[in-house]
Unconditional design. Structure first.
Length: 556
């Protein structure tokens, strides 16, 4: 028997208890609310004898084993950590925290105090979701997915009148993304893994200072597939979610709580799959959490008990969560989903109070300003390429600015789809290493021998000046540029090679004449340019030939 307390007295706690009280291993021991009378009123419905309006006293109660947390989103982290530090197992409503920093801190606390922490997301525990996991390979390699959850909010009129309820208040870490978008993301990450790239767009309500999202779309890019996420609290949705493979597609009636799955074969024939689901779907997350907690205490005994007391179906369901690795899977999904949500919020300017820790912000600002002051030195790095008018040679800062401008202007000429904002960051960062490593002229064969090692060492120091997340982001972009494998990197290289050629052309081939450059050298340097834009490479070849004819470039 696991003795639970609840934090939160909203409808979701009622819904949770309706399911939980059907579990023989669940016992409701206590109820917490900031208002003691409210706790008594709520708990009285369930015959509870303990009521708390003090979290400290709740945490100290030795007769409480676990706590279900359904407080406002922005309090999840603080409440969970306080309970876990007191040795309580924690089942916390979604979203687990307000951002990735909070979620990481929560799981770290769970590990340090040897307790269980699980996010209460019903989707991942549904029988139909597990059926999808088991049968996903049957439709062949998955190439596309569209997961949607649109549910018009009953509180929309209140919101329009300026009444910010908890789930629409950015101060409370609210919004459609954290309220219902999270279900789609949990299913996406659980079934397909964490995407390589995320782009999101959200709808905001005029008059709310654009602090809250009411719906949106997310495009997730994987190596061999794309997934679309659509969520909204503004409208209702009536179409199923779809996972498309080369050998068929699965249509899912409601991704947040799937009950009906349709397998559509390549010839258009349909096969209906009905999965038996309990009336209250939250029972599965409760059972999984209790099973895990009991197995932590005495795994061998519990497994024996299960064989005696449970049906074959129930035992099979619970057996999936009997080891340490199972909860680690849920931990990874929770972390990955929160990271995706952070990216979408950042892209759309949605900032929660938890994102603004004063001490952290102060430290980050100092690191950011140190970096900004340091990279001013890039203006002192003189390149061999002349300005268009030939009056002097350009510096690295001028070169990088020129490339960033070109990235947006020339996108339509790229043969593959590119992410212009990423490319702009890439080209602005790619020459910062020359602050330490110096500029290596394109046709300097001796300098090229040590160039990479010099630049690697410089990258470690210069990007290391930034806060860890920003430094890692710029370093990853720099590494991506160097490896020359992605469409973005190839486009960035195209710009990096095209710009000096344009300036050499405009200045009358000054640099080529000065260094006695041969056609073979230029062609070798630009050997991969046609991988990004055959149109621009043809244009470049025309410029090269013109300067060969003029005697500025030596013809081999």
């Amino acid at each position: 028997m696991i003795r639970f307390a609840t934090i939160g007295t909203s409808w979701i706690t009622d819904h949770f208890l309706d399911a939980a009280l059907k579990c023989p291993e669940f016992k409701l021991e206590a109820v917490y609310s900031r208002n003691l009378e409210k706790a008594k009123t709520f708990g009285g419905k369930y015959g509870v004898g303990k009521y708390y309006d003090s979290l400290g006293k709740l945490a100290e109660d030795p007769e409480i084993d676990a706590v279900y947390i359904a407080s406002p989103n922005f309090l999840h982290c603080a409440h969970a950590i306080q309970m876990m530090e007191a040795g309580k197992q924690v089942l916390c409503e979604k979203p687990l925290g307000a951002n990735t920093k909070e979620v990481a801190k929560m799981f770290q606390t769970a590990e340090e105090h040897h307790v269980a922490l699980m996010e209460a997301v019903r989707t991942l525990h549904q029988p139909a979701y597990r059926w999808l996991q088991e049968h996903l390979a049957e439709i062949g390699p998955v190439r596309a997915a569209t997961l949607c959850y649109d549910q018009k909010s009953s509180k929309l009129d209140r919101l329009k009148s300026g009444d910010l309820t908890n789930n629409f208040n950015h101060e409370y870490a609210g919004g459609a993304l954290t309220d219902i978008g999270v279900y789609c993301l949990q299913a996406m990450v659980g079934l397909l893994g964490k995407p390589e790239k995320i782009t999101g767009s959200v709808v905001k309500m005029p008059g709310l200072e654009e602090k809250v999202d009411l719906g949106g779309m997310i495009l997730a890019t994987y190596p061999e597939l794309t997934a679309q996420i659509r969520f909204s609290k503004l409208v209702d949705g009536f179409i199923p979610s779809e996972i498309q493979g080369e050998k068929g597609s699965f249509l899912v009636d409601a991704i947040q709580e799937p009950r009906q799955i349709t397998l559509v074969h390549p010839d258009g024939t349909r096969e209906e799959i009905s999965v038996e689901v309990a009336e209250n779907e939250l029972i599965y997350e409760v059972e999984d959490f209790i099973t895990y907690v009991k197995n932590r205490e005495n795994p061998l005994k519990l497994q024996g008990d299960q064989k005696e007391k449970k049906s074959d179906t129930e035992a099979a369901h619970e057996e999936e969560l009997v080891d340490e690795d199972s909860l680690q899977v849920y931990e990874k999904i929770s972390k990955d989903v929160m990271d995706v949500m952070d990216q979408v919020r950042k892209e759309n300017g949605i900032i929660f109070p938890a994102d603004k820790d004063p001490d952290v912000l102060k430290e980050r600002l100092e690191q950011q300003l140190d970096f900004i002051r340091e990279v001013d030195k890039v203006k002192l790095i003189t390149r061999q390429t002349p300005l268009a008018n030939g009056s002097r040679k350009e510096n690295d800062a001028e070169h990088s600015w020129h490339l960033a401008l070109m990235a947006g202007l020339l996108e339509e000429h790229a043969d593959a789809s590119v992410n212009v904002p990423r490319v702009m960051k890439m080209v602005l960062a790619h020459d910062l290493v020359e602050i330490d490593a110096g500029d290596t002229y394109a046709y300097d064969t001796e300098g090229a021998k040590t160039q990479h090692q010099r630049e690697l060492k410089a990258a470690e120091r210069i990007f290391g000046l930034l806060p860890k997340d920003q430094g890692e982001e710029l370093r990853a972009l720099w590494d991506e540029f160097e490896t020359y494998e992605t469409a973005d990197a190839k486009y960035a290289h195209l710009l990096d090679n095209f710009q000096p050629l344009l300036l050499n052309d405009a200045s009358g081939g000054i640099s080529w004449i000065e260094h006695t450059v041969h056609k073979s050298q230029i062609y070798k340097r630009n050997a991969k340019i046609d991988q990004s834009s055959k149109e621009i490479w043809d244009y470049m070849k025309g410029i090269i030939q013109k300067h060969i004819d003029m005697g500025h470039v030596k013809d081999d």
